[in-house]
Design a protein around this ligand. Sequence first.
Ligand code: RTP
Length: 142
Amino acid sequence: MVKPDGVQRGLVGEVISRFEKKGFKLTGLKLFQCPRDLAEEHYKDLKAKPFFPKLIKYITSGPVVCMAWEGVGIVASARKLIGATDPLQAEPGTIRGDLAVQTGRNVVHGSDSPENGKREIGKAFDALLRYYHLLNLSDMIT
Ligand code: RTP
């Protein structure tokens, strides 16, 4: 997922390009505003952390781009392409190492296991469908 700072800074193409150049296949792509309940569910393991309120405010502050990627070893490789959580610790050549300086504005999120990847893709794309359904626009996307 490209986080709000990455979308706002026009880095969506750059992130997609790095994954494509590595050899992975983009199989899903959605721009959407992450609802607060989904953000809280997504980061529920960090609920006790002092930065949790700031994190939720940040993730819901603007549109994000959710992506589904396929390929051999995609989860582990994506973590390497993305780099360490703190961009100042991330290696040059990684997305965070090249494009960010703050942990709280670190451009991208990557799933940490295939199971979580499936769950997160399901949640993000399902939330979008529910949102359209609420607006009675579901016929536009079916
Ligand atoms: P992500 O889930 O976003 O891919 O990041 P991650 O696995 O590299 O890091 P994680 O520990 O799961 O933290 C999730 C996100 O919380 C924000 N964060 N802020 N000290 C802080 O202010 C702090 N620590 C973490 C970051 O946006 C991090 O990506």
